[in-house]
Design a binder for this molecule. Structure first.
Ligand SMILES: [Zn+2]
Length: 124
């Protein structure tokens, strides 16, 4: 289950950032999840919530945005890719124009887009 690995990495990143900003509380985390990761967003959110140990992250609202698979092919095509998924196994990614194997540019990532947090009030 590679979801656990992703979830752990995300939480570590959030924690690091929260410490850096001296956050009191992380209110929400916005994630971008590439569809080629084959991770179910509901499952990822559930996992994140179940493995959180830090009080400053506990209760944070996780929002997941799906990223479509996009790439470039040697035939000159650039854009959304076709892929086949079966039983959560990626069978292939191909270029819709020539059926070739494209270079994946987007869609295989799982990244933090934004972390919203409460920080110590600064003098106005
Ligand atoms: Zn092509």
């Amino acid at each position: 289950m590679h979801e656990v690995g992703f979830a752990t990495t995300i939480l570590e990143e959030v924690k690091k950032e929260a410490k850096k900003q001296n956050a009191l509380k992380v209110t929400s985390v916005e994630l971008v999840l590439g569809e080629l990761t084959l991770i179910d967003s509901e499952q990822l959110i559930f996992l994140l919530n179940s493995i959180i140990q830090d009080d400053i992250i506990k209760g944070a609202d996780f929002k997941v945005k799906k990223q479509r698979a996009e790439g470039e092919c040697s035939c000159g095509y650039s854009g959304p890719l076709e892929y086949k998924e079966e039983f959560h196994q990626l069978l292939y990614v191909k270029c819709p124009r020539c059926d070739g194997i494209p270079k994946i540019k987007k869609g295989d990532e799982c990244v933090i887009e934004k972390i919203n947090m409460e920080v110590e009030e600064r003098s106005k």
